[in-house]
Design a binder for this molecule. Structure first.
Ligand SMILES: Cc1cc2nc3c(=O)[nH]c(=O)nc-3n(C[C@H](O)[C@H](O)[C@H](O)COP(=O)(O)O)c2cc1C
Length: 384
């Protein structure tokens, strides 16, 4: 029995049920924008491109942050940067993350991105990658509090859209200065702060620790997003209860599971789990995602980028076995053209859907438990 004085998210986290009926998590305000639901897709280089952001938005994310874009003006004309500046058709508010170490360059990059449609600018002080930190950007910036202040002030002054900041807990175990950086952020006019509960030294190892996030949240008046290891509706409720944050930010768990956003908001609002998407829905979401990738990147880049997403989609569903995953990857990775990749994916899913339906109709019959092999798939495609 839950203590009646207990915070309702704590009750949900501890008992799996809400006290006093449904509860709606209040929207988070970032400048003029209401982020509703306050469940946010984390910036991920090589993952959160426009097709994936639009998909997550459609499936319930309140905000999707772009991959980081370098503030170095020499890199602005590359093919990669041009894709990252393209926001045509993307729902507002478009949030673009910038990375760099020079206040003047970062201010100019912020202006450039606003000119290309960004409505929120996010500054990267969380990336642990060696290449990024070697240039004193990403999480390395947290080691120089004076520079952090100069960067934040310069960027906030440069644009008339809200500026957000993403940090880690600090550089290393003995240098967890996130509370100081958070104070500098608030004083510099940062509109919201995202905190990944790990130090740079931890990279992605160990478990995210939420106590530092909770401590920072309790001291700030700007909204705070909790980030790190949120991979289920139940974990989302636990992190909310533990940190008292205004929003949750989700990275890796959304790879191949863009419907996680709606699952989390539904659980927080009702205390009940949505059923997982059916295989038919997964197939349709995935095929729509493939089409969007081909359209955005063309061939062969679209096919190459789609491969990693296909692998992620195959990673967990109650109807897949380990054998399904291996077979799926083997068949899909062989496709060299968009047409072949698309047709094989569709044929694989159609065959699995048929198998699962057949098993539901004849529960006594032993299924093969395998995806159809490449030959069967080709025959199925030809017959379709
Ligand atoms: C493939 C990948 C790329 C990432 N790229 C960025 C990035 O460009 N900018 C950034 O601030 N964080 C980046 N991150 C960190 C994530 O935003 C997030 O903080 C981290 O993955 C922890 O959240 P999670 O446990 O929900 O994945 C990246 C993470 C991954 C796995």
């Amino acid at each position: 029995m839950a203590d009646p004085g207990m915070d309702r998210f704590t009750a949900l986290a501890m008992t799996g049920s809400l006290l006093g009926g449904p509860l709606t998590m209040p929207a988070m305000r970032i400048g003029p924008y209401l982020i509703d639901p306050p469940v946010v897709l984390a910036p991920m280089a090589g993952v959160t491109d426009k097709p994936f952001r639009m998909l997550c938005k459609r499936l319930g994310a309140g905000l999707c942050v772009s991959e980081m874009t370098s503030a170095d003006p020499r890199l602005r004309q590359t093919r990669k940067s041009r894709h990252r500046l393209d926001h045509a058709g993307e729902p507002d508010p478009v949030s673009v993350q910038i990375a760099g170490a020079d206040p003047v360059q970062l201010a100019e990059a912020a202006r450039c991105n606003v000119g290309h449609g960004a409505r929120i600018i996010d500054i990267n002080m969380g990336c642990p990658a060696k290449k990024v930190c070697a240039a004193w950007a990403g999480s390395a910036l947290m080691r120089d509090e004076g520079l952090v202040g100069r960067i934040l002030t310069a960027v906030v002054r440069a644009v008339d859209v809200p500026v957000t900041l993403k940090i880690r807990t600090g550089w290393a175990a003995g240098q967890r200065n996130a509370p100081i950086i958070a104070g500098i952020a608030e004083a510099s006019g940062i509109a919201a702060l995202a905190i990944h509960g790990r130090s740079r030294e931890q990279m992605y190892t160990g478990e995210a620790e939420y106590d530092t996030i909770a401590e920072i949240k309790s001291r700030l008046s700007i909204p705070v997003m909790a980030n790190g290891d949120i991979d289920s509706p139940e974990k989302a409720a636990q992190v909310l209860a533990r940190t008292g944050c205004d929003a949750l930010m989700i990275g890796r768990a959304a790879q191949g599971r863009p419907w996680l956003f709606r699952e989390i908001s539904h659980y927080l609002a009702t205390g009940e789990r949505l059923p997982p998407p059916t295989l038919v829905e997964v197939r349709d979401i995935l095929l729509g995602h493939l089409r969007a990738l081909y359209e955005f990147y063309g061939e062969p880049a679209g096919v190459r980028i789609a491969r990693k997403h296909l692998g992620w989609y195959a990673k967990d569903h109650p109807d897949y076995s380990e054998q399904h995953r291996t077979d799926f990857r083997a068949v899909i990775n062989r496709a060299e053209t968009a047409e072949a990749q698309f047709d094989l994916t569709r044929a694989q899913f159609d065959a699995l859907i048929e198998q699962v339906d057949r098993r539901a109709e004849h529960p006594g019959e032993a299924g093969t438990g395998q995806w159809p092999n490449a030959d069967t798939v080709r025959k199925l495609s030809a017959a379709a």
